[in-house]
Design a binder for this molecule. Structure first.
Ligand code: SF4
Length: 443
């Protein structure tokens, strides 16, 4: 049997567009699904549209499309086209899991929940010519993480292919987060023996955990960091800001080879944090956090969100000022986005404040809601200016210039984000929602 797995990309990410190699790591979803399929007698192909075009003439018995909200319209266009060629199309991922009926209109079968649970059932039915419309993981079945099959992705296109996961889900309750819409606050952890073997098989010094929160379960994080120490790797990952307040956890994290962390600071105002339920953060801790991280050789990719109900017109300049003062190595800005299934979506919908109905615009870089204290245009303009000011030459130099073994990486990644900031404005709504290239395939 031949199966192709495809991951469509939004306009900003397509064909390495705005995201240059230094900030572009190998996605884990495709290789994880390929890992599940590798247990069966299946010839698997994978296509990541962030690096290459997805072929019109894929030869396969089935195409599995992995879908997030921002790629849903494009995924649906692919689904419609491949079905018109007689190929069975299956969709899975966070968006179809939350809106399965919507996805079903563009595919033969929808996978709801964990791929490791639902894909094997779907394959058996497909083989027996009894493919069902929906496969739902009821969370009661024991399962284990699929080991990614990394052999199918080209190595040279990404900054690293050594991306992996130690856990899935998060126990926190941030109102905008699609992770909980998908996993309902479940936190799954990988068997550490299996994880250690997986890491030992990677031929790179640096590894990247893509987990949304590596420290959601403190006991697991402690065991994980202890297991990493003898491996002598450098690792990068995502944690919450409170990791700095726990000396035992922090010291083990440093000892285990942590070199870079993504931390969602989200807002420079305590009230702003409260409006999005980010109760793990306290603005007064940010300065100490950054000093502590830098003094232990850890670089910070800090993310901030604009458009909360506390944000007024001065939020952009004040945020950039704080980012510069804190010397955040690699800042990233996004616009508050009400993803379906989240508390934020329900709130803004009930207040009649969701202003766009094309999911392609739900990519955290475009305004799709009515902010409280500014117009939508002011939010867009302030957001673009914040990116530009942060990634001006002087902005970059002020933040990253200090002795660090990661200095060359800081230069490369900052230049890549500068390229991104320069192009941001060109991705207007027309460009974002345009899928005419695929729609023309059927003519
Ligand atoms: S801490 Fe991060 S992953 Fe967890 S709910 Fe909040 S935003 Fe989502």
């Amino acid at each position: 049997m031949k199966i192709a797995i495809i991951s469509p990309a939004g306009a900003m990410h397509r064909y390495t567009g705005s995201f240059k190699k230094p900030i572009h790591y190998a996605p884990l979803t495709l290789t994880t699904i390929a890992g599940i399929l590798s247990k069966y007698d299946i010839e698997t192909q994978i296509y990541d549209e962030t690096i290459e075009a997805i072929p019109k003439d894929i030869e396969a018995d089935m195409i599995i499309i992995t879908v997030i909200t921002g790629t849903a319209p494009r995924s649906y266009a692919y689904g419609d086209y491949y079905r018109s060629r007689g190929i069975k199309v299956v969709m899975g991922g966070v968006h179809p899991s939350i809106l399965p009926q919507e996805a079903k209109a563009h595919c033969d079968s929808v996978l709801i929940g964990l791929g490791e649970v639902v894909i094997p059932k779907m394959l058996i039915d497909f083989k027996n010519k009894d493919l069902k419309a929906f496969y739902k993981d009821d969370r009661s079945q024991p399962w284990s993480f699929s080991l990614p099959d990394r052999t199918l992705l080209p190595k040279k296109k990404y900054i690293t292919n050594s991306s992996l996961e130690a856990s899935r889900g998060c126990t926190n309750d941030c109102s905008f987060c699609a992770v909980n819409a998908m996993h309902d606050k479940h936190y799954y952890t990988k068997d550490l023996k299996v994880l250690v073997e997986e890491i030992e098989a990677l031929d790179t010094k640096g590894i990247l955990f893509v987990d949304v929160n590596l420290v959601a379960d403190r006991d697991f994080a402690i065991r994980l960091f202890k297991a990493l120490i003898p491996l002598k790797k450098w690792w990068f990952g995502l944690v919450t800001a409170d990791v700095c307040n726990d000396d035992e956890l922090f010291n083990l994290m440093v000892k285990s080879g942590c070199k870079g962390l993504l931390i969602g600071f989200e807002s420079i105002s305590e009230k702003g944090l409260q409006t999005i339920n980010k109760y793990k953060n306290h603005v007064t801790d940010y300065s100490e956090l950054m000093k502590k991280m830098h003094s232990h050789g850890i670089s910070i990719n800090g993310t901030f969100v604009f458009g909360t109900d506390e944000d007024k017109l001065d939020v952009f300049d004040r945020t950039v000022e704080m980012v510069q003062k804190l010397k955040i190595d690699l800042p990233r800005y996004s616009i508050l986005t009400p993803f379906p299934g989240t508390k934020l979506y329900d709130q803004l919908l009930s207040e009649n404040r969701i202003t766009d109905d094309n999911w392609a615009m739900f990519d955290v870089q475009h305004v799709v809601h009515q902010p409280k204290h500014m117009t939508r245009d002011q939010l867009t303009e302030g957001f673009i200016k914040a990116w530009r000011d942060t990634y001006s030459n002087s902005g970059i130099i002020k933040r990253i210039f200090r002795p660090s073994i990661l200095f060359p990486l800081a230069v490369m990644t900052n230049q890549a984000y500068r390229h991104y900031a320069d192009r941001l404005e060109t991705f207007d709504r027309n460009r974002m929602i345009d899928n005419s290239d695929i729609l023309r395939w059927s003519e």
